[in-house]
Design a protein around this ligand. Structure first.
Ligand code: SAM
Ligand code: SF4
Ligand code: FES
Length: 347
């Protein structure tokens, strides 16, 4: 089929075959039409408001060894930190004072907080009237359930890649099956579910990326976070090329066409590759931004990849910066919680 027909089909039916997605990804001639279609679907289904989520990177301690990530256990160059539970709750309080409606608690995957400490952190932040997104990696179902009952609303766990071979090569000691198990448990427990992938991993083809997009659709994910893989010199993938900005934005735009109601962030990694990356993403299907609310030296220590933006900025500076940029393109910062569709704050 002609590329414009594929774009039309995606915009009107929100479904495509794998072959059609591959055709879209391979052809660069109609990218502007693709981005405009994704922008229209975004406007129609999730509106012109942009939801801001305050990101708290509360610990960089990690027991995993994902090949792409600077926080991997075997990277001894990282100085590890762990914010105290009360410091985390204080940061959430400050996020609230900047009018954030949601905080995202993100960390390496580790046992360095007890379940009781995490319960305390979640319930204390919940009591502030904030929505809570967790991004703590793989846990067993019971732990996910305890955090859900303590007040967590959403969970972000990217599948990273749906290609079993690539998954295996990049995640020593981990399994694709367990990652999927986590996603299904989270969904059953009533979390709003976020997943996503890295774009430009070694050996990843356009077919792999098409499978990733179809996976998000099959899972009926509520949130999808996508970004380029950016090689980190202190990891086994130091010599790799990494993903491109354009392919990342295209994967995101197609994801918007196929999952019209999803919350899709304009990610930090996109802005790392293009100084206007988040705004371009917001004009190509995205409707969420996750500004960093971590303070001081810790921002630099949560270094997944080189060139991460905002490492020398304060939370106050970032909220002003991003609010101005959002208004500059005729959009506005949402004053709502920004759940998917009509879902409301629970617990
Ligand atoms: N440890 C949790 C996990 O893995 O789900 C949450 C934190 S982890 C640092 C968050 C995300 O960072 C991962 O899902 C991964 O996609 C992304 N990431 C890690 N290394 C990256 C890199 N070199 N380039 C781009 N994104 C990266
Ligand atoms: Fe740890 Fe997450 Fe980085 Fe993997 S991606 S090494 S689990 S912080
Ligand atoms: Fe941090 Fe612009 S959002 S400096």
């Amino acid at each position: 089929a002609k590329i414009v027909d594929i774009i039309n089909k995606a915009e009107t039916t929100h479904s495509l075959t794998k072959e059609e997605i591959v055709d879209l990804l391979r052809c660069n001639e109609y990218d502007q039409q693709l981005f405009l279609a994704a922008d229209r679907v975004r406007s129609q289904y999730v509106g012109d408001q942009v939801h801001l989520r305050g990101l708290i990177e509360f610990s960089n301690v990690c027991q995993q060894n994902c090949f792409y990530c600077g926080l991997r256990k075997e990277n001894t160059k990282v100085k590890r930190y762990r914010l105290s539970p009360d410091t985390i709750v204080d940061l959430a309080g400050k996020a609230k004072s900047y009018n954030y409606k949601t905080v995202v608690l993100q960390s390496g995957e580790s046992q360095s907080y007890t379940v009781t400490e995490m319960q305390y952190i979640i319930s204390s932040i919940k009591a502030l009237g904030l929505a809570i997104t967790l991004s703590l990696g793989e846990k067993n179902r019971d732990e996910y359930q305890i955090y859900r009952e303590a007040g967590a609303d959403r969970y972000l766990l990217r599948i990273e890649t749906t290609n079993p071979q690539i998954y295996k090569e990049l995640h020593p000691g981990m399994s694709f099956e367990n990652r999927v198990r986590c996603l299904l448990d989270l969904k059953e427990l009533g979390y709003e579910l976020g997943t996503g992938c890295l774009v430009g991993l070694p050996n990843q083809t356009m077919e792999c990326l098409a499978d990733d997009i179809l996976f998000f659709k099959t899972l009926d994910a509520d949130m999808i976070g996508l970004g380029p893989f950016i090689p980190n010199a202190d990891t086994p993938l130091a010599q790799e090329k990494g993903g491109t900005f354009t392919t990342s934005i295209k994967v995101m735009a197609i994801t918007r066409l196929l999952l019209p109601e999803a919350n899709i962030p304009a990610t930090t990694a996109m802005e790392t590759l293009n100084k206007n990356g988040r705004i371009i993403a917001l004009q190509s299907g995205a409707n969420v931004v996750m500004p960093n609310v971590t303070e001081g030296e810790y921002r630099k220590m949560y270094m997944l990849y080189p060139g991460k933006i905002c490492v020398n900025d304060t939370p106050k500076h970032c909220i002003g910066c991003i609010t101005g940029k959002i208004q500059g393109i005729g959009r506005h910062v949402s004053t709502e919680f920004g759940f998917r569709k009509s879902k409301k704050l629970t617990n």
